[in-house]
Design a protein around this ligand. Structure first.
Ligand code: F6P
Length: 536
């Protein structure tokens, strides 16, 4: 049945004109309405893709054949769908009411709510005491990107604390940051699911030394840990009452709703964090209950399947038209590519077709002056997700109109393109000669029929941000289910970590190990350029 569903989809996508979008609007004057979907005020518009009624039917049939609904039920029931790590996948429990989720004998929701209560009490105490003006979150990957993205989006000038993020192993990052911070006024969070990540532990040691140098052993009292590894947090010297745990059924890239989100609560306020969770919960409710043909995460996933597997498009751009979402694409890069960059199915067989695309992005309008040229005139179409926020939180209405006009115009330009007749008329009207027109014509043509998806929010609030992020998280689940891959492990990041630990001692004069010629030569050259004697 699955093979039939794929075959039907692929044959539709191979048919002549399958990537054309403009004729679909001509054929169906109701298309704009029929291909726009809403859930609790969030609008997903996929009309500017080449998914027509037949393709939509085939995509929905694929979802049925792959039993996405059944797989979703299994996730919600706590089945260990992350089979390669023998773990449940319960990040939805992080934003759900008590009594909703279990992992075998464990009442997962009770665990979540006990931690949330402790986080709320801690946040309120820190704010009431007023001793700390700044909070520093040390973490990387999921222990950095989600919270950083949310703080960038939700922090206001009158928020309770300033937030800072230290992720890269590069000492330059800490060198720059420490000059802005007063150790006596800085609360330090070490966010690491495993509490073994080399970059995070390296930074945590640097920051702990800084606290101890300024405040003596008492500096350790300013350390807070967000982790599943309680033994390691104790060994590091974090006071027991300042460790906020979570379970291994929370994947790092899905952890911003867990204790890892403490920096959001501290810097933006508890109510902001609570509303973020409420928005995500609303999207989960929709995802768990809405029928397939109106289910936003599923429709977003099916749109991706059409582009990746139907049309063979290997990349996707994420363009939020809102400066506050400047790290949204960075967060999605991890959520999507770490989840879906997989080449074998759950049972270990090579996948039969392409999986996760390359995801990249920047906020609009900056993207327009950076890489949009390639989207408009490059050789391979790049589907774009365009996020628009209808009402701003500032009073510069003209600026916001300009922003929105640009977001809409990019999508329209990708769709409509520009043909020879239009270019010729415009150039002649501008006084160009026939010869000039002919010479420039090919350069000024836009093919059009390039797909985009628009997501429209009324305002950007903690609630709507929660909806937006959960929309993509649930979309990732759907894609894992459709492609039959495990979206919740990340073995691909391990080899580099292991090799780095082999190379590390060689950079301080250790015995050279077996490497390819290029790596060996580079290690030798680094030794020459940065000799032992020149190091601190
Ligand atoms: O390198 C991959 C990864 O394991 C991510 O999945 C994770 O978010 C990140 O490292 C950080 O891991 P931790 O929270 O355990 O420090």
């Amino acid at each position: 049945m699955t093979q039939d569903a794929w075959a039907r989809l692929e044959s539709l996508a191979r048919a002549p004109g399958a990537s054309a979008i403009r004729p679909l609007f001509v054929a169906d004057p109701e298309r704009a309405r029929r291909f726009a979907f809403t859930a609790d005020g969030i609008r997903l518009d996929i009309a500017k893709t080449s998914i027509g009624p037949e393709a939509m039917e085939a995509l929905l049939a694929l979802a049925k054949a792959r039993d996405v609904a059944g797989q979703r039920r299994a996730m919600a029931e706590g089945a260990h769908i992350n089979a390669t790590e023998d773990r449940a996948v319960l990040h939805m429990a992080l934003r759900a009411p008590r009594g909703s989720f279990r992992d075998g004998a464990e009442d997962a929701s009770a665990t979540v709510h006990d931690t949330l209560d402790a986080m709320a009490a801690f946040t309120k105490r820190i704010h009431a005491e007023g001793r700390f003006t700044d909070v520093l979150n040390i973490g990387i990957g999921g222990s950095d990107l989600g919270p950083l993205m949310a703080v960038r989006a939700l922090h206001k000038p009158d928020s309770p604390m300033r937030a800072h993020f230290l992720s890269n192993a590069d000492g330059h990052a800490w060198d720059a940051l420490r000059q802005q911070l007063d150790p006596a006024r800085t609360l330090v969070l070490v966010a690491s699911k495993t509490f073994t990540t080399a970059e995070t532990m390296s930074n945590a040691h640097l920051v702990r030394d800084w606290l101890r140098n300024a405040l003596g052993e008492a500096g350790d009292a300013q350390l807070v840990a967000l982790s599943t590894n309680l033994q390691a947090t104790a060994a590091f010297g974090v006071p027991a009452g300042q460790v906020f745990g979570f379970r291994d059924w929370v994947g790092g890239r899905f952890s911003l709703w867990s204790a890892v989100g403490l920096v959001i609560a501290l810097s933006c306020g508890w109510e902001v964090f609570a509303q973020l969770l409420a928005g995500a919960r609303a999207m989960d409710e929709h995802f768990l209950t809405a029928p397939d043909e109106r289910n936003l995460p599923l429709l977003l996933a099916l749109t991706e399947v059409w582009h990746v597997n139907g049309l063979g498009l290997p990349t996707r751009a994420v363009l939020p038209y809102d400066e506050r979402l400047s790290r949204f694409a960075a967060h999605l890069q991890q959520v999507e590519m770490e989840s879906l960059g997989k080449r074998v199915t759950l049972d270990g067989a090579p996948v039969a077709r392409a999986t996760g695309p390359v995801v990249f992005g920047e906020p609009g309008t900056n993207a327009q002056h950076s890489f949009m040229q390639l989207l408009h005139q490059g050789t391979t179409p790049v589907p774009a997700d365009i996020v628009l926020i209808a009402r701003p939180d500032h009073s510069f209405a003209a600026a916001h109109r300009l922003l929105l006009a640009n977001g809409l115009a990019q999508a329209e330009a990708l769709l409509r393109g520009r043909d020879a007749e239009e270019v010729r008329a415009e150039m002649l009207a501008a006084g160009k000669s026939e010869a000039q027109v002919e010479a420039l014509l090919p350069h000024r043509l836009f093919p059009g029929d390039r797909p985009s998806t628009t997501i429209l929010l009324e305002t950007l609030t903690p609630f709507t941000l929660g909806q937006l992020v959960a929309l993509y998280e649930n979309k990732v689940f759907c894609l894992g289910a459709l492609w039959g891959v495990n979206a919740f492990d990340q073995w691909g990041v391990e080899l580099g970590k292991q090799l780095a630990s082999v190379i590390l001692p060689e950079l301080s004069g250790g015995t050279p190990k077996q490497h390819d010629g290029s790596t060996a030569a580079l290690i030798a050259e680094l030794g020459r350029l940065w000799p032992e004697g020149a190091r601190g």
